[in-house]
Design a binder for this molecule. Sequence first.
Ligand SMILES: Cc1cc2nc3c(=O)[nH]c(=O)nc-3n(C[C@H](O)[C@H](O)[C@H](O)COP(=O)(O)O)c2cc1C
Length: 223
Amino acid sequence: MTESDRFHSYVPAEGHGLKHDPFNAIVGPRPIGWISTLSPDGAPNLAPYSFFNAFNYTPPIIGFSSTGWKDTVANIEKTGEFVWNLVSRTLAERMNVTSAAVPRGVSEFALGHIRSTPSDVVRPARVADSPVQFECRLTQIVQLKDVDGRAIETWMTFGEVVKAHIRADLLVNGIYDTTRAGPVLRAGGPADYYEIRADALFRMQRPQGDELARLIAEQETAD
Ligand SMILES: Cc1cc2nc3c(=O)[nH]c(=O)nc-3n(C[C@H](O)[C@H](O)[C@H](O)COP(=O)(O)O)c2cc1C
């Protein structure tokens, strides 16, 4: 078998040559940014974004990417505020409802029968039944570019977490228990998701000290 037989290789600009684009199945599962905002005239908005992640510890910075200038990024640009809500398994179907394209003025909170609760320091509300929420203030909106430097119709929005809320039972002896929160992650295709389960947990410490010295010595011997 040759190297080229072992892999399906493709140039994305020319098409993947497969039944479904594998890109978001490969870069996944991804945490979901379930983002609550207010329009400038105060209408609540809630939508999921799976091009989402955390990017800094201190200060804590999270971000998501909007493919197209959608209401969420438009609201944040105008108001400078948003709330991230963790999607647990029990909220997954309601989260999905909030991805529907609805006319401005129709609240996704009402559409998905989602209870809201006021935030402490920003104006957009939190999802009351979400186990963790981050109140955020906008730090940057960055329009992405392609390899030729041309601006594309995708915007990354970054915000600093200015207040965090963690449901008390998720803290076990002062340590946040990921599994108890039951987060749901977005995988590939039109409909794939994963839950986080305790039996999938494994631990690895970063190489350091004697172990790192041994790895370096082995590599030097091999050279
Ligand atoms: C699980 C999930 C993840 C999504 N991730 C994204 C994403 O990363 N970027 C994006 O632009 N749209 C994403 N969408 C689609 C948006 O949620 C949808 O376009 C929504 O209507 C946007 O709402 P808004 O216009 O109120 O911001 C996702 C939908 C679902 C169900």
